[in-house]
Each structure stands twice: as structure tokens, then as C-alpha cells.
Design a protein around this ligand. Structure first.
Ligand SMILES: NC(=O)c1ccc[n+]([C@@H]2O[C@H](COP(=O)([O-])OP(=O)(O)OC[C@H]3O[C@@H](n4cnc5c(N)ncnc54)[C@H](OP(=O)(O)O)[C@@H]3O)[C@@H](O)[C@H]2O)c1
Length: 287
């Protein structure tokens, strides 16, 4: 197959590049809005450019790793967030080929106390969540064959993320307050890339919405303790704090845990525990 990867300079996009080496039977076209090595320029909001690219390279499948992911900035720039997270999904969905797309736990209210299933009520509280849900709907309306993987708390050795921020802050500060009343599952983007390839390589195509994160549950505080333990960082004292003590510009969900039963049953796989993913990522960061 000829596979188009959009947003390939991001966390997941880079992990797709790494893992694609283990699947050499396909041809990959890595694209993004910013020029980089081995990257074609392609803006997913540009319908003419997307159609021309797909025709020129006889693309069979799109893996959409592109998104407007800055939750705080999305509140101030709803127009751009809507273009990239919502309107572009009509562009990608209407190309007459299959699409694998990534969505988010932010489509839910975050007020549950048991893991969210795919069919649970949608109630996004942020512009980011609203635009991502609109994207899901637009994609399913234009491409009923699409696969949507909702994930949460992504990190990677590529790009900026919570893991790298905590390592940096632990070197700069003697004390650090981290929220313990937001619960979720840290998810290594390399494991999400593996999930994407699990979908691609399945003997049968299984369209629909799925939840995928690593296994287990923790708070941002617990995650930080694990990161700093693996980084051998002993100088910085980490304290648990409440969300109300942290000046969030945009409210964050208190509960982001996703039920992955459907993905595991459909594709007959087991998913690595979050600490296992973190250990692999920390090794790549030389810890
Ligand atoms: N990060 C998380 O914690 C998290 C949690 C749940 C779900 N997700 C979802 O998981 C997916 C992957 O996230 P990620 O963390 O890998 O994202 P990321 O690191 O922010 O990467 C997204 C990439 O898309 C590019 N992009 C932005 N606008 C584009 C456009 N119009 N056309 C083409 N490319 C464009 C970005 O470029 P610029 O950086 O130059 O804008 C960036 O390289 C996204 O769908 C996201 O919504 C992420």
C-alpha cells in the first residue's frame, strides 16, 4: 500500500516513521505543514493540495497524525482549531480511500468515575474537545470505513511533552507541585503507533471508533514521581496539589481513563502497562 502520514513532525508522526521501518512492504509518504528531512509539505486544510497529493502518489490509506493540539491556544483561536481538527476531516474523508484518525478523551466531560467506553455520552468542555469531536463526526460522515482511535496523555521521545517538562523543571526547581486529582493513563506514542499498525495489518478491516491508551491508571503526580525516579532525580521535592491550586487557563478533565476492551477484543492484542512504556521512552532519552 501507499500510505500517507499527515502531521509527521509531531509525536505520533515521528513514532510512525520509526515503526514504518518494521513494515517495509508499504510505501510511506510523510507530510507536515513545516519542512523537515524526508517530509513533503502538505496542509490537511488545503483540499486541492490533499486531492492532488493523493492522486500523484496513488495513496491507498491516510493516517492522520496532524492536529491542533494546544488546548489553551485553541480557546483563543477557535477558527484555526476548527479548520485543522474539524473541517480538514471532511477533506481527508472525502478522498475515496480509508482513513485512520486519532481523537481524544477530551470529547468526554471528564466527570465519570469508571473508564469511558466508545459509546458513552459525548460532552466536551473545551474548544479543543469540541473541534476534535466535530472532526470525528465529519470523518464518519464522509468515510464510513474510517477507523478512529481515541487516546489520552500522549508523550514520546520526540517533541515537547509532560515527560520532558518534568525532567527540565526538576533540574530548575527545588520543589514542584503536581496535580493528583486528574486521573488518566500516560500513553507512549510509540505504543499508539503500534496500535495504528495493528489496525493496518489486521487480516480484516474493522472500521469504527476505538479507545487506545497504555494500560493502568495514575494521576499526573504519580506519573511525575515515576518519571523522576527513572531519571534518578533526587534534588527536587514533588508535592501533590489540587487542580484548583494550579492556575489552568482551560479546565482539564478530572477523569480521562478510557476502556480499551473493544480494541483488545477486535484485534486480539494485549496492551503494555504505562510504566513499561515510560521505561522504554526514558531509555531513549538516555536514562
Ligand atoms: N498530545 C496528547 O496528549 C494527545 C492526547 C489525546 C489525543 N491526542 C491526539 O493525538 C494525535 C497526535 O498528537 P501529537 O501529540 O502527536 O500531536 P503533535 O505532536 O502536536 O503533532 C501534530 C502535528 O500536526 C502538524 N499540523 C498542524 N496543523 C497541520 C495542518 N494543517 N496540516 C498538516 N499538519 C499539521 C503540527 O505542526 P505544528 O506543530 O507546526 O503545528 C504537528 O507537527 C492528535 O490527533 C491529537 O489530537 C493527543
Amino acid at each position: 500500500m501507499n500510505i500517507l502520514i499527515t502531521g509527521s513532525n509531531g509525536q505520533l508522526g515521528n513514532e510512525m516513521r520509526v515503526l514504518s521501518a518494521q513494515h517495509p512492504k508499504h510505501n510511506y509518504f510523510f507530510t507536515d505543514v513545516v519542512e523537515a528531512e524526508n517530509t513533503h509539505l502538505l496542509d490537511i486544510t488545503d483540499k486541492a493540495a490533499v486531492s492532488a497529493f493523493i492522486a500523484a502518489h496513488a495513496i491507498d490509506l491516510i493516517v492522520n497524525c496532524a492536529a491542533y493540539t494546544n488546548v489553551d491556544k485553541a480557546e483563543e483561536d477557535e477558527i484555526t482549531a476548527t479548520k485543522i481538527n474539524a473541517e480538514a476531516l471532511s477533506v481527508l474523508g472525502s478522498q475515496g480511500i480509508r482513513v485512520i484518525h486519532i481523537s481524544t478523551d477530551y470529547v468526554f466531560s471528564g466527570e465519570a468515575c469508571q473508564p469511558y467506553r466508545e459509546a458513552d455520552p459525548i460532552a466536551p468542555h473545551t474548544i479543543y474537545g469540541i473541534t476534535k469531536y466535530e472532526g470525528e463526526k465529519r470523518l464518519l460522515a464522509t468515510c464510513p470505513e474510517a477507523v478512529i482511535l481515541r487516546t489520552a496523555w500522549l508523550y514520546s521521545s520526540f517533541g515537547n511533552n509532560f515527560v520532558k517538562t518534568m525532567i527540565r523543571l526538576s533540574k530548575e526547581r527545588k520543589e514542584l507541585g503536581v496535580v493528583f486529582d486528574q486521573i488518566g493513563t500516560p500513553t507512549y506514542a510509540a505504543d499508539l503507533a503500534w496500535a495504528v499498525f495493528t489496525v493496518i495489518e489486521a487480516p480484516v478491516w474493522h472500521p469504527g471508533v476505538y479507545h487506545f491508551t497504555n494500560e493502568g491508571v495514575c494521576s499526573w503526580y504519580d506519573f511525575t514521581i515515576a518519571i523522576l525516579a527513572l531519571a534518578n532525580s533526587t534534588e527536587c521535592q514533588v508535592h501533590p496539589i489540587l487542580s484548583e491550586e494550579y492556575q489552568y487557563k482551560t479546565p482539564r478533565p478530572h477523569y480521562s481513563v478510557l476502556d480499551k476492551s473493544k480494541f483488545k477484543k477486535t484485534f486480539n492484542v494485549q496492551i503494555p502497562y504505562w510504566l513499561d512504556g515510560l521505561q522504554r521512552c526514558m531509555k531513549l532519552l538516555n536514562f
